[in-house]
Every structure is written in C-alpha cells, then in structure tokens.
Design a protein around this ligand. Structure first.
Ligand code: ADP
Length: 303
C-alpha cells in the first residue's frame, strides 16, 4: 500500500534531518572548543554553522510538507475520480436498462429520479472542484448585495431535506435577534449559499444513521451576525478542529472510508467566509459527540 510507504519516507526524512542537525551541532561545538583562541575565525565559523543548521531545518520542513501535500493530492484525486465515476456508471446502467428493456411507467419514473440524483451529485463535485480552483482569499466579493441570512438558511434547509430525503424533524431552525434587527449581511449570495449548503451537507453526511441537525441564525451585537450548524454525529477530535479547513484534508479513519468526499468543502467555506470579512470555526466535545460549525460575518448596516 502507498500510505505506509509515505509514512516511512516522512519518518526517514525527518530522522535524516534531525541526524544532520545533531551532527552539525556536534561539529560546531567541537570546532568552537578547538579554535576558541582565534576570535575572528570563531565568530565567522559560528555564523556559518548557524546558517547551515537553519538551512537544514528549513530543508527538512519543506520536504516533509511536500510529502504531506503529495499524499493529500493523491487521496483527493482518488476521491474525485470515485465521485465522478460512480454516478456516471450508475446513470449509464439505468440508460442501458431503459434502452434494452421494456420498463413500466412507475419503474421508469424511479429510474429518472435516481439518474437526476446522480447527475446532481456529479454537478456538485464538478462545482466544488471549479470553485476551489477559482478561490482566492484576497479581494472583496464580486456581486455583493444585502442578504437576509435567516431566509437563505431556511431555503438551504429545504433543499437539503429534499436532496437527502429527510423527514421534517431532521432539521431544527432557530433564530435570535437583538431587538428588531434582522441578520442581514452584504455579500455574494451564491457564494454564501455555497457556504451554508456545504456545512449542512457535512452535518448530514457525518451524522450517521440518525440525522438531528440544528441551525441557528443570530445577531451577536450591532456589528456581527452568526450562523451555527450543530449536529449529533461522529464529532471531531480536538487536534483536527483546525486542520479540517485545509485544502484536500479529510480526517483519517473509518468515517473517511465510509463517507465519500473530496476534502474541498471546508476549504471553500473558509475561503469564502474570509473573503467576506468573517471567520469560521469548528467545535466538538470529541469523537462520537457531534460537531458545531460557526460562521461569524460582519452585519450590514440597516437599510
Ligand atoms: P469532505 O466532506 O468532502 O471530506 P470537507 O472539506 O467538507 O470535505 O471536510 C473535511 C473533513 O472534515 C471531512 O473529511 C471530515 O473528516 C471532517 N468533517 C467535516 N464536517 C464534519 C462534521 N459535521 N462532523 C464531523 N466531521 C466533519
């Protein structure tokens, strides 16, 4: 398998780097002890050795980071290939059946529904990859307009309910506003919808059998609004809470193998929220104990 091979090379390069640094430090100290009388040489020597040590440390860090990145890109490619191939293969199979056999009207409608869901899945994967490719942290949102967050979240929940065939009580929606304020932000509607949909999708995907998701929209103070997506699913270990926002990153383990994904969703969420001047963070009481994702955005001034 490739992954243990990668692990071995990471261990190898880290050990090599550490050994080289130790060797250089020993040489350095030995050299200082031998030449302590010749002050000028000593000073130049020390500077020279420090530069070598710093170079070695940098080099090793860079190597290990590159190996990690390669590893993530590999698993991303595998995931994307799978996400593209599976729905396509399924659509083809249904089309072949429709072409070669007589299918009654009910069955045909069922086939169309499955093909529709598969093509939605394909479209979603392609959109995620395109969006991740276009993303830049810099610059302001291109098509900024005032958006009522509660309204947007409600429509995203309706969409997710249909997409995942969930019962009405799978989602709970709550809003809390300071005084008369609505939670209004100025931003790119399509991008902010993608943010909310990605977080709801994840909450459903990582919930396991029983989906119980609460989404809250709140005005925090005069200047900030928040959306909180709370699930009761597989949870996230504390060491992973920040890493999940990295590009291609998926928490290793059984869930990753069972639940398909590309590791792009949260990277997209993080980039869009940052572009809108906000922040996003994850909280979890630990594995198996649910997760909460919070987006905080600057509120729009009253119109
Ligand atoms: P994907 O879901 O396609 O793998 P994301 O970028 O959306 O990619 O998420 C990155 C990783 O963060 C996921 O692979 C998963 O391990 C973890 N994760 C995201 N959302 C949740 C959640 N609600 N509960 C538990 N783990 C999550």
């Amino acid at each position: 398998m490739r992954v243990p091979g990668r692990r071995r090379s990471i261990v190898f390069f880290t050990t090599l780097g550490v050994c080289l640094v130790v060797l250089t430090v020993v040489l350095n100290v030995g050299w200082i002890l031998l030449n302590w009388r010749q002050v000028a040489l000593l000073v130049f020597g020390i500077i020279f050795f420090i530069a070598i040590i710093a170079g070695l440390v940098l080099n090793t860090t860079f190597l290990v980071r590159e190996i990690r990145r390669n590893e993530q890109q590999d698993s991303f490619l595998n995931a994307v290939t799978h996400e593209l191939k599976t729905p396509l293969a399924s659509i083809r199979l249904y089309l072949e059946t429709l072409q070669t056999r007589e299918v009654d009207a009910d069955k045909r409608r069922e086939f169309y529904d499955v093909m529709m869901a598969d093509s939605d899945r394909l479209l979603h994967t392609v959109e995620q990859v395109l969006r991740a490719g276009q993303i830049s942290h810099r610059g302001r949102p291109r098509n900024a307009s005032p958006i009522d967050l509660a309204e947007m979240v409600r429509s995203c929940l309706d969409l997710a309910r249909i997409r995942y065939h969930l019962p009405a009580d799978a989602f709970r929606f709550a809003e809390s506003f300071n005084g008369e304020e609505r939670a209004v932000v100025t931003g790119d509607e399509e991008e902010l919808r993608a943010v909310v949909l990605n977080l709801i999708d994840n909450a459903v995907k990582y919930s396991g059998e029983e989906v119980r998701v609460t989404v809250e929209v709140a005005t925090l103070d005069a200047k900030h609004v928040a959306v909180r997506i709370i699930d009761q699913g597989v949870g996230i270990a504390s060491g992973e809470l920040k890493r999940v926002f990295k590009r291609f990153y998926r928490v290793p383990g059984q869930t990753m193998q069972r639940v398909k994904g590309t590791g792009l969703g949260l990277f997209i969420v993080h980039s869009i929220v940052k572009k809108h001047g906000g922040r996003v963070f994850a909280e979890s009481a630990g594995e198996g104990r649910g997760s909460t994702f919070t987006i905080q955005l600057p509120g729009a001034r009253k119109q």
